[in-house]
Design a protein around this ligand. Structure first.
Ligand code: C2E
Ligand code: CA
Ligand code: CA
Ligand code: CA
Length: 278
C-alpha cells in the first residue's frame, strides 16, 4: 500500500517497527492495565530438599492484554523497567504477595513469598520505607518476605544498591541473588553482599543432565553457597533426575516444572490444599 511505501520502517524493517510500536504501547498502557485488572501475580512453589515440604513461592507477574493476549514478563518487564513505572510494578506485586502470606498465616501455613526486584528499585532509597510500611499494613513478619535481585542489577550501581540492600537486610527481609552463575564477578562479590540465599540460574540446572560442565557449575555453586552460610535454591528443576542430583549435592530448595508451573492465585491455593491433604 501507499502508506507502506512512504514509511521507511514499514518498507525496510516491518518487524522492527511493529516491535517498537508494541513496546511503546505496553509502556504507555501499563498503569491503566494495573488499574483495570489486566495484571496479575502467579505463584510458583519452592520445596525443601529432600523433604518436599513447601517452604514458599515466587511471585511472577502476568499481563493479559486485550489486544496482544498473554504478554511474557520477559517482554514487558524490561520495557516497564526502562521507565519510571517500575515502582507501580514492584509495589503491585509486593502488595499482592504480602496479602497471600497473610492469608496463609491465617490458616497456620508459615510460608514465604519471593518478589523480584529490578535495577531501578535497588537504586530507590525510599524503597525500604515503603517495604516497612507494607509489612506493617499486612501484618507480615519480615522473614517471610524475600527479594530476588540479579547480580547485574546490583553491579549496575553498587554505590546506590548497597545501602538499600543493607537497610532491607537490617529490617529482617530475606535477600536472594537470582540467576546466579550468569554474571562475571560472581565469586568475588557474593561475599560482600548482605544476602541469605543464592538461586542457581535455570540454564545450568536444565543442562545438568546432558552437560558435565553445567553439572560442575551447579555443584560448585552449592558448595560455594554453603561455605558462605547461604541457602541454595535451584530453579528450572524439570525432572526427577535433576531433583535426585540436587539432593545428592545437598542443595536446599528446588523450584521448577517438576514441582509445579507458576499458578494463578486460585490454582495455587487448590494445589496447596491437594498437597496438605496427602
Ligand atoms: P526469573 O526471576 O528468573 O523467574 C523464573 C522464570 O523461570 C519464570 O519465568 C518461570 O516461569 C520460569 N520457570 C520456572 N520453572 C521453570 C522450569 O522448570 N523450566 C523452565 N524452562 N522455566 C521455568 P517468567 O514467569 O516468564 O518470568 C521471566 C522473568 O521475568 C523472571 O525471571 C523475572 O526476571 C521477570 N519477572 C517476573 N515477574 C517479575 C516481577 O514481578 N518484577 C520484576 N522486576 N521482574 C519480574
Ligand atoms: Ca526470580
Ligand atoms: Ca532466576
Ligand atoms: Ca531471568
Amino acid at each position: 500500500s501507499a502508506t507502506n511505501e512512504n514509511n521507511p520502517l514499514r518498507a525496510y524493517a516491518p518487524s522492527m517497527g511493529q516491535m517498537f510500536l508494541r513496546r511503546f504501547q505496553l509502556v504507555t498502557q501499563f498503569r491503566s492495565a494495573v488499574e483495570n485488572g489486566q495484571i496479575s501475580v502467579h505463584y510458583q512453589p519452592k520445596v525443601a530438599l529432600p523433604s518436599r515440604q513447601v517452604v514458599g513461592a515466587e511471585a511472577l507477574v502476568r499481563w493479559k492484554h486485550p489486544e496482544f493476549g498473554r504478554v511474557d514478563p520477559d517482554e514487558f518487564v524490561p520495557a516497564v523497567e526502562a521507565t519510571g513505572l517500575v515502582d507501580v510494578l514492584t509495589d503491585f506485586v509486593m502488595d499482592k504477595a504480602m496479602e497471600r502470606v497473610r492469608l496463609w498465616l491465617d490458616r497456620d501455613l508459615r510460608m514465604s513469598v519471593a518478589v523480584n526486584l529490578s535495577v531501578r528499585t535497588l537504586a530507590d532509597e525510599e524503597f525500604p520505607d515503603r517495604v516497612g510500611r507494607a509489612l506493617v499494613r499486612h501484618g507480615v513478619p519480615p522473614e517471610l518476605l524475600t527479594f530476588e535481585l540479579t547480580e547485574s542489577g546490583v553491579m549496575a550501581d553498587p554505590e546506590r544498591a548497597l545501602p538499600v540492600l543493607r537497610r532491607l537486610h537490617t529490617m529482617g527481609v530475606v535477600l536472594a541473588v537470582d540467576d546466579f552463575g550468569t554474571g562475571y564477578s560472581s565469586l568475588a562479590y557474593l561475599r560482600q553482599l548482605p544476602v541469605d540465599e543464592v538461586k542457581i540460574d535455570k540454564s545450568f540446572v536444565l543442562g545438568m543432565g546432558t552437560d558435565l560442565g553445567d553439572m560442575a557449575v551447579v555443584r560448585s555453586i552449592v558448595e560455594l553457597g554453603h561455605s558462605l552460610g547461604l541457602t541454595v535454591v535451584a530453579e528450572g528443576v524439570e525432572d526427577d533426575a535433576a531433583r535426585d542430583q540436587l539432593v545428592g549435592m545437598g542443595c536446599d530448595v528446588a523450584q521448577g516444572y517438576l514441582i509445579s508451573r507458576p499458578l494463578s492465585e486460585d490454582r495455587f491455593e487448590a494445589w496447596l490444599r491437594a498437597r496438605t491433604v496427602q
